[in-house]
Design a protein around this ligand. Structure first.
Ligand SMILES: Nc1ncnc2c1ncn2[C@@H]1O[C@H](COP(=O)(O)OP(=O)(O)OP(=O)(O)O)[C@@H](O)[C@H]1O
Length: 348
């Protein structure tokens, strides 16, 4: 039994319910000389779903028959392992999994793929596709290596980069790719998808409740479908007044925000540290933790607007530190203590 986000994930460009204009443009691209793509947009907007549909359009059903391998790379200091998802026609990798050693992955793996011709004589396309996830986390050195591969092996290889923002992608790569933004769908679009799922699962879901779920999920389709599935598993009959549950990690963030607003003291900092460790052990990315705490404080009515200004200021400062430095816990804690100090300074 699969989750609804997988069960109802569209697999062809025609079936993509959101941003249909964009789907038509992508379909035209697959019919002509296919370029390198840089697909960006907020988390959960449907980037990977769209990439899978593009692959299917380019290569047919064969692109769906995937296998997962682990490849090892030797460096002078250590051995690196990276998971690779591949079909006969494409491979998908997340180079940021090996941190600052990502350049080695590009140098060895991409060159190896680029130098091999498409082996399937019946393949619809002569090139192979390399999908690179979390492209904005790739180091500059690795991006430079990628740029050279893109230039050299254009006839055998097309790259699809997937990321949240293009700001950390170097200009030479951006200029070699076609940029495609996948925005979050509208409340109406998500509600329609939820109602479509509800009718397939024979669950009653009114339009107003579907709108409420979409709104609370901040227009994130993944979150909306998961929330709806949780609600439906708890109660078969959903009336309009039913409470929409929050995901566990968001409740922990609310708890952290509540503690910071209530008491600005050293004990709060140590309780918050435990909770941050807890979130990290559940694989919530540090930058998301910092962002959510900052937003929680920003929207809190008990905090003075002057303090909010300082909080956002220090959130951007520590977010930058988080990306350039190590040991994320230090930077998140430093942000929490500076937020407490900003709140305290407006109290007296
Ligand atoms: N066009 C669509 N129609 C219906 N459902 C969709 C559509 N696009 C995405 N979804 C749903 O949203 C879920 C999340 O989409 P996807 O994994 O493609 O997002 P993403 O932008 O790649 O997210 P992330 O950046 O966090 O990896 C999918 O599993 C699917 O169920």
């Amino acid at each position: 039994m699969s989750l609804w986000i997988d069960k109802y994930r569209p697999t062809t460009l025609e079936n993509l319910t959101f941003n249909q204009g964009l789907s038509r443009k992508l379909k035209n691209l697959t019919d002509s000389d296919f370029p390198h793509l840089l697909i960006f947009g907020p988390s959960g907007a449907g980037k990977k779903t769209r990439i899978l549909c593009i692959l299917k359009e380019l290569f047919g059903d064969g692109a769906e028959k995937i296998k997962i391998d682990q490849r090892s790379f030797e460096t002078q200091r250590k051995k690196l392992d990276i998971n690779i998802i591949s079909s006969k026609y494409h491979i998908e990798l997340t180079p940021s999994d090996v941190g600052t050693y990502d350049k080695i992955v590009f140098q060895e793996l991409l060159t190896e793929i680029a130098q091999t011709q498409q082996i399937d004589a019946d393949a619809k396309q002569r090139f192979k596709v390399v999908v690179i996830n979390e492209a904005d986390e790739i180091t500059r050195d690795a991006q430079a290596a990628l740029r050279r591969t893109m230039e050299k092996y254009m006839s055998n290889l097309r790259i699809i980069l997937c990321c949240n923002s293009t700001s950390r992608i170097i200009e030479p790569i951006r200029s070699r790719c076609m940029l495609i933004r996948v925005p979050l769908p509208s409340i109406d679009e998500i509600s329609t998808t939820l109602q479509h799922i509800a009718s397939n699962e024979e669950i009653h879901l009114s339009k107003s409740l579907a709108d409420k779920i979409s709104l609370q999920s901040q227009r994130n389709p993944r979150k909306a479908i998961l929330t709806f599935e949780v609600m439906a598993s708890q109660k078969k009959k959903l009336n309009d007044n039913v409470e929409i549950p929050k995901v566990d990690w968001e409740q922990v963030i609310d708890d952290i925000v509540g503690k910071i607003v209530k008491t600005q003291a050293a004990e709060t900092l140590s309780t918050v540290r435990q909770k941050i460790y807890e979130l990290q052990s559940h694989c919530i990315p540090p930058s998301l933790i910092l962002k959510k705490i900052a937003l929680g404080l920003f929207t809190n009515e008990d905090i003075h607007s002057k303090a909010k200004f300082d909080i956002i200021n220090s959130a951007t400062h520590y977010d930058h530190r988080l990306r350039t430095g190590r040991h994320s816990i230090f930077h998140i804690e430093a942000f929490v203590s500076s937020a407490m100090s900003a709140i305290l300074s407006t109290k007296y």
